[in-house]
Write a protein that binds this ligand. Structure first.
Ligand SMILES: C[S@@+](CC[C@H](N)C(=O)[O-])C[C@H]1O[C@@H](n2cnc3c(N)ncnc32)[C@H](O)[C@@H]1O
Length: 339
């Protein structure tokens, strides 16, 4: 049984996605967490799953030390002693600090016990949220009350292989970027996509930004020393328009073609979802970019099944493909990846 986490308002849409992906599978809603389902996860894309706990098991532990022991039982002899692993441990109950405090105590007890019994495993425990590499295993532990929760141990290279479903950030929550000088908060979507992808727009690279005004996506590559071709009907903020790294064209985003393959397509255009999906597929088929971040915006909830086309057709055109409702997304999802 895999556990797929979602916010409570998006859990019904996650259930729909799972039903469309695996009509025979039995789904069990876990209140406040998401959905448990026995579905094949290889190649599965779920835009509304924030995080995935593969082969998750429900556990009961009456004390801090009992929690630490449960975690050790799940990984000892399973994760190779010398290989790196990560621990995502968090509380999903209560409002205050009590759950967080309990998790800190469990972490401390775990370190203490590993030091005595499995010193090598303690040494290979990493403290990072960099995107998984093929050597890193992942232990996830959610406390749903002081004494109950879920455990999931994912042996390398599975966390890496399933990184479109398994976020390298605990519970799939990426801390939102902050920069008061950007024209708007919209840049947080671009930065979060980069963080989940483990790649970012770099100095010297070229980007096309479709639907670029007022410019908070273009702002990111410009700040980093990359150059941008910005396409919109309206101009960007004045200082960005003056930047020598920005070339603005007042054109239709759906008709624009780049003069050569660019490092990044970034697109946050307001359009019907099918148009953004078609645009992305066309750019992928024509290999016009090496990497991409594209927002797909919705008006209501009825259009979500349109994403199935993208799930089917984009992965074969990509070295890596993600489709996720980001923490920074409202009624929209982002497709991002590497061609
Ligand atoms: C959500 S805003 C983009 C915000 C931008 N990413 C930012 O961070 O500042 C969407 C933009 O898409 C532009 N847009 C909508 N349809 C377009 C089209 N067919 N061609 C070019 N731009 C379009 C709008 O003018 C608008 O500026």
């Amino acid at each position: 049984m895999h556990l797929f986490l979602a916010d409570s308002d998006t859990t019904p849409f996650l259930a729909d996605e799972l039903r469309r992906a695996a009509p025979e599978a039995e789904l069990r809603e876990i209140e406040g967490l998401g959905i448990a389902a026995d579905v094949p996860i290889e190649g599965l894309l779920l835009a509304f799953a924030r995080q995935t706990l593969p082969s998750a098991v429900e556990v009961h532990a009456t004390s801090i030390n009992a929690w630490a022991d449960r975690i050790i039982d799940a990984i000892a002899g399973v994760f190779p002693d010398e290989q790196p692993w990560r621990l995502h441990l968090w509380p999903q109950y209560g409002e205050g600090r009590a759950g967080l405090h309990r998790c800190e105590l469990i972490r401390a007890s775990l370190a203490e016990r590993l030091k005595k019994r499995r010193r090598k495993l303690l040494r290979s425990l990493l403290d990072t949220d960099a995107v998984f590499d093929a050597q890193t295993s992942l232990m996830q532990c959610i406390l749903t009350s002081p004494e109950t929760g879920w455990l999931s141990a994912t042996l390398a290279p599975q966390a890496f292989a399933q990184r479109a479903l398994i976020s390298s950030f605990p519970r799939g929550e990426v801390p939102l970027a902050d920069d008061k000088s950007a024209p708007s908060r919209a840049f947080t979507k671009l930065v979060e996509s980069e963080q989940r992808l483990g790649r970012q727009i770099e100095r010297g690279q070229t980007c096309v930004d479709l639907g670029a005004s007022p410019g908070s996506w273009s702002y990111v590559p410009i700040q980093r020393g990359a150059s941008v071709i910005a396409i919109d009907r309206s101009e960007l903020r004045e200082d960005l328009m003056r930047s020598p790294r920005l070339h603005f064209e007042a054109a239709d985003a759906f008709k624009y073609r780049p003069p050569h393959t660019v490092d990044w397509l970034v697109c946050d255009v307001i359009a019907a979802p099918q148009r953004s999906i078609d645009l992305l597929l066309e750019w992928l088929r024509e290999k016009r970019m090496r990497q991409f971040v594209v927002t797909i915006k919705f008006k209501g909830h009825d259009d979500y099944p349109l994403l199935d086309i993208l799930k089917r057709e984009a992965p074969p055109l990509c070295a890596e493909f993600h489709l996720t409702r980001l923490c920074a997304n409202k009624n929209e999802v982002c497709a991002f990846g590497v061609v």
